[in-house]
Ligand binder design. Structure first.
Ligand code: TRP
Ligand code: ZN
Length: 499
């Protein structure tokens, strides 16, 4: 019986994997890009002058990601975003907003870019002075009235309104970013949806802290990353203020609007937990979240102290076919929760929670290193099986995912070097997890968990590459592990089962 529930947990993931595999069929689907504002030109904007010579002091329009060269921008570093959003109509997500960005120039800048999709921009300021801007697809180019000097701190405000565009990711066959559904809205942005609701340096390399000030009509409520510090009753509307003080990758920012039941608990290790359940959901959806405190304590022991000030889960009253590890607040489509399979669903809960260490705290330095997120989180659900049911149950779980991958190898890419439209291929998840298990068997349990803790300790709040992880593994274990990683991460042929 036990075995069956673990197989079910795997099947849940296979379902996700098969959705991701469907991306293949979507290859060639154009990404939805923003149209320039259609109304009258604003006094502060300037028509695009074509064939302008390339300005050496212009910040670059990408951060050099190997899979997504246009993601993010160069020439500056953002410290803090304040997202001030008033949702006028929840059913359409019609909103008016001001995003305020505190940044620092990393070079002399005559202009710089943000990533931003859709909306009508009514004005941009830099250091309170109106600035010129132009738009081309998701690139918003801003030209300050005076050159920004290297190391200069500056403040940008972007004022905009409209409803977020529907956006299909380059990597996934479903809508990401700000999604409006019947009853509310949610935000799931990995990897490229963030620009659908705020102007952003959209690459995990530029982490920042966030303030969310979101105003919604009664009786709606807001759940965002971090700590709810204030709720202001304005009469017909309420304003919710959230502070996410720890550095966060742009794709992990989330704002969810619905009516929620809030459940609070605390881990033995003292981490406060707040869960948001859409009010229409039955109480049984809470069951797989009951052991989150124990999970936080368990993973804290294995990976090092939980890296943020709060944790929790949010269950949407809509199907989404996936869950996402938004920082401090993981989000689940209702179809990810099976109250009749608590152990299987706990596998998903463990997966998203472990991403707080691997993915959120330590983030990829380039999207091609995605196995450092997904392989680790997949293995963490195996670790939870080991915790609850013992080592033999983990071994059996390993055997079933190995057999699945080996029997369908053409669908599971080697995890170390995926393409943009196979970013979330099942190979990144399953073969990524098997890579860690192979490492564990090679170096032994003590060294293995020391490697995980050292890696997190060394790169927390920051970014890492596959080679960074390998270097830690070799240093801690004192072994040459290049061949093991080469075979598991890059070779077309899957190595023999680790046992
Ligand atoms: N990182 C998610 C996971 O834990 C998968 C995922 C990627 C996702 N992009 C997404 C989920 C967008 C929801 C929306 O496996
Ligand atoms: Zn994941």
């Amino acid at each position: 019986m036990k075995n069956q529930k673990h197989i079910r947990a795997i099947l849940a993931f296979l379902l996700i994997a098969s959705i991701f595999l469907a991306c293949n069929r979507l290859t060639g689907t154009p990404t939805v890009t923003a149209l320039p504002p259609t109304t009258k030109p604003e006094p502060t904007s300037r028509p695009v002058e074509s064939a302008e010579p390339i300005d050496p002091l212009a910040g670059s329009s990408g951060l050099g990601d190997s899979l997504f060269p246009e993601f993010g921008n160069g020439g500056y570093d953002i410290q803090h975003y304040t997202l001030d959003i008033t949702v006028n109509d929840v059913s359409t997500s019609d909103l008016t907003a001001i995003t305020t960005i505190a940044a620092k120039a990393t070079q002399d800048l005559s202009s710089f870019n943000l990533d931003f999709i859709g909306f009508e921009i009514s004005g941009i300021t830099i250091n309170e002075q109106p600035a010129d801007f132009e738009r081309d697809g998701q690139e918003l180019t801003i030209t300050p009235s005076m050159l920004l000097q290297e190391n200069e701190s500056f403040t940008v405000t972007v004022q905009y309104s409209g409803s977020p565009d529907n956006f299909i990711s380059q990597s996934l066959p479903f809508q990401t970013g700000w999604v409006t559904f019947d009853g509310g809205s949610f935000v799931l942005s990995e990897p490229d949806g963030a620009a659908t609701f705020y102007p952003v340096n959209d690459h995990p390399l530029d982490k920042a802290s966030f303030t969310f000030r979101v105003t919604v009509p009664e009786p709606f409520e807001v759940a965002a990353n971090g700590v709810l510090t204030e709720t202001i009753d304005n009469g017909a509307t309420n304003t919710f203020l959230f502070e996410a003080r720890d550095p966060m990758a742009s794709y992990l920012a989330t704002i969810n609007i619905d009516k929620f039941d809030i459940e609070t608990m605390e881990s033995e290790s003292g981490i406060p937990i707040r869960n948001y359940y859409a009010t229409e959901l039955p109480a049984t959806v809470r069951k797989p979240f009951a052991r989150q405190g124990e999970m936080l304590t368990y993973f804290g022991g294995l990976f090092g102290p939980y890296p943020f000030e709060v944790y929790g889960s949010l269950v949407l009253n809509t199907e989404f076919g996936a869950a996402l590890e938004n920082q401090t607040l993981s989000i689940y489509g209702i179809d990810m929760i099976d109250p009749n399979d608590v152990a299987g669903t706990e596998g998903v809960v463990a997966h998203e929670m472990s991403h707080q260490w691997f993915g959120d705290s330590v983030s990829v330095a380039d999207w091609k290193y995605i196995w450092l997120n997904e392989g680790f989180a997949t293995y963490a659900s195996g670790l939870w099986i080991e915790h609850t049911d013992g080592r033999a149950a983990l071994d059996e779980w390993i055997r079933s995912i190995y057999e699945t991958v080996a029997a369908n190898s053409e669908h599971f890419t080697p995890p170390g070097d995926p393409t943009a439209n196979q970013l979330f291929n099942g190979g990144v998840y399953f073969r990524g997890a098997l890579t860690l298990h192979a490492l564990r068997l090679e170096v032994g349990d003590e060294a293995f968990f020391e490697i995980l803790r050292t890696y997190h300790e060394q790169y927390k709040g920051s970014n890492a590459t596959t080679d960074d992880f390998i270097a830690v593994a070799e240093e801690v274990s004192g072994k040459d592990l290049q061949e093991l990683f080469d075979n598991w991460l890059y070779s077309e042929k899957i190595p023999p089962i680790p046992e």
